[in-house]
Write a protein that binds this ligand. Structure first.
Ligand code: XMP
Length: 311
């Protein structure tokens, strides 16, 4: 049977109201499609009893905290912005293994969220886990940070009762729900962005300087590929260095990878065929605007055997 976003929304509004009752609830949103659709859906169900929480972890793209909180507030959603970048960089210090990084990220995330929950005396956490997160975590490909029980986090430890209204859906249906809920297209149609943010695109230890470099490269890649249809397009910073020249001198610089993939639901993916001229332009902009970078590569790996992100 074809998916009906309208019936889904009606059913979920009833379910959320039945579960949460007159208590207050918090919805953590990163600005990504899933968490924003979840916030709008929960707001429909709970109105002023819902607080959207945006944790600025220092791992977001350029201008995101302001952009996202503006969209939420413009729709009358009570929104709290928590600045916690120092805590995240401290937790990530010295971590190089991808799963250690995810673990450090999510413990900091839920600790921060737990504080907000207690401050606002919220009884429920409504979060935008979707079907692909569950499948990938079960398959032990990656531990997605929002699949709490599967990764052995007891929500009760953080004082939370969890509600996951989107957990049966894959991304295309999540977008339909977003569109039907009246979200701006710039939100429901946007590329997926992982919970741990730019940390999933830094190979090796995550530091402020590396994230700052990657953020600039990300803006360039997103801007230059804005008219190239893709499931996700982004930049990655490798842990390696490569020799280049800067002002006539040898420079042992950083390496940025351009990643762009076609996919329906993130379970499989193929690289985007990008016109060579565009790749050349991105290379020029990145090496000119980010002097620490000496090489720019294009990743042609499909999933499988690769994954979309780098950690
Ligand atoms: P991979 O890299 O596993 O990505 O092929 C599949 C989809 O999931 C996103 N992704 C994540 N999302 N937390 C998230 O919330 C994570 O740790 C994470 N890792 C990957 C990725 O952007 C892609 O859409």
């Amino acid at each position: 049977m074809a998916f009906s976003a309208t019936s889904f929304i009606e059913k979920k509004i009833e379910e959320i109201r039945a579960q949460v009752g007159q208590k207050s609830a918090i919805c953590a949103t990163s600005g990504g499609v899933d968490s924003m659709v979840c916030a709008f859906l929960a707001h429909r169900a709970l109105g002023k009893m819902l607080i959207a929480v945006f944790i600025d972890d220092g791992l977001m793209r350029q201008g995101e905290p302001q952009k996202v909180t503006t969209v939420l507030r413009s729709r009358g959603i009570r929104t709290v912005l928590v600045r916690a970048a120092d805590d995240f960089f401290r937790a990530l210090r010295g971590k190089r293994d991808p799963e250690d990084m995810r673990k450090a990220f999510r413990h900091t995330f839920y600790k921060t969220l737990g504080k907000v929950v207690r401050k606002h005396r919220a009884a429920f956490l409504i979060q935008g886990t979707i079907a692909a997160d569950v499948v990938e975590t079960k398959g032990k490909i990656k531990s997605q940070h929002n699949v709490l029980t599967q990764i052995g986090i007891s929500p009760r430890k953080y004082g939370l009762n969890v509600v996951e209204p989107l957990v049966e859906l894959f991304k295309p249906d999540v977008r339909k729900v977003g569109k039907t809920l009246g979200l701006p297209k710039s939100i429901y149609g946007r590329m997926p962005f992982p919970g741990p943010g730019l940390a999933t695109r830094v190979v090796g230890e995550v530091t402020r300087d590396k994230v700052c470099m990657l953020r600039k490269a990300t803006s360039i890649v997103e801007r230059e590929l804005r008219n190239v249809k893709a499931f996700q397009s982004f930049a990655v910073l490798l842990n390696d260095r490569a020799t280049g020249t800067r002002r006539g001198k040898r420079a042992f610089g950083n390496i940025i990878v351009i990643r762009s993939v076609q996919s329906k639901n993130a379970m499989t993916a193929t690289p985007t065929i990008i016109p060579y001229k565009i790749l050349e332009r991105i290379q020029r902009k990145i090496t000119r605007q980010i002097p620490e970078v000496t090489k720019v590569l294009y990743d042609i790996s499909p999933k499988p055997p690769s994954t979309i992100e780098y950690i």
